[in-house]
Design a binder for this molecule. Sequence first.
Ligand code: A3P
Length: 295
Amino acid sequence: DFSSLKLSRPELFDFEGVSMIHYFTDNWEKVKNFQARPDDILIATYPKAGTTWVSYILDLLYFGNDQEHQTSQPIYMRVPFLESFFKVIPSGTELADNLPTSPRLIKTHLPVQLVPKSFWEQNSKIVYVARNAKDNAVSYFHFDRMNMGQPEPGNWNTFLQKFMEGKNVFGPWYDHVNGWWEKKQSYSNLLYLFYEDLVEDTGREVEHLCSFLGLSTSIEEREKITKGVQFDAMKQNKMTNYSTIPVMDFKISPFMRKGKVGDWKNHFTVAQNEQFDEVYKQKMKNTTVKFRTEI
Ligand code: A3P
């Protein structure tokens, strides 16, 4: 059960060149052979980039009028986490195979090269969400502190050093955002969104999503959704705030923590920031993707 997870945090190991924990590789045969459908919508992100936010936006766009759907199941059951295999809830592949609604919304944190090939074969739509490295690192640090299903993060400085080396679950942030960015150039059914844009103008990004998905929602509907997915609303909402997952200790840090752009300034020392910028320049020298660390 979940309480035993509290006793033993998982260890990081190398899996096909990516740092992983066993919860995301134990079901690999099924993940690798997962049968995607043409109308599936895959929500892909590096952990802590705004996965839950975009999952909930899409869930409301498709199933917002279904009251029962909105109140009976938390978001992590409605939007299966494909590679997850926690044993206490059905695996991601099992949940996805048994989803009663369509289209299926499916979440993954896999780097692009590990995504099951049927998604490409079926030409499924994919929404990728990226968040600037500094805020992403801060959010991931607090997540690893409070989630006993994640490796022990150590203190902030230890964690930051590991982040720069890519020693996090799902590997280096840099490779993840760059790999998906590159994919976008050849795969037209991929929408690449930024967390910072969502914070800046959620309504505009909801519209952006609608046009990518070919949805004709009314202005009123979009306004209602935009309101319902604001940070405070989602923090209060038991279906979206992860309060039903016992493996997370909200006394250490809540899942819906701050939801801001620029919180990194409260964590990075001047020296850490200089070192980070130096590493960033190196790792990002061959890409055109640009991030905003403040808005
Ligand atoms: P912080 O830790 O910076 O607060 P994920 O869903 O990928 O795990 O990402 C979680 C991060 O997204 C957390 O960041 C969380 O607060 C933020 N988030 C979730 N919903 C949000 C919303 N409606 N508005 C702004 N940020 C949101």
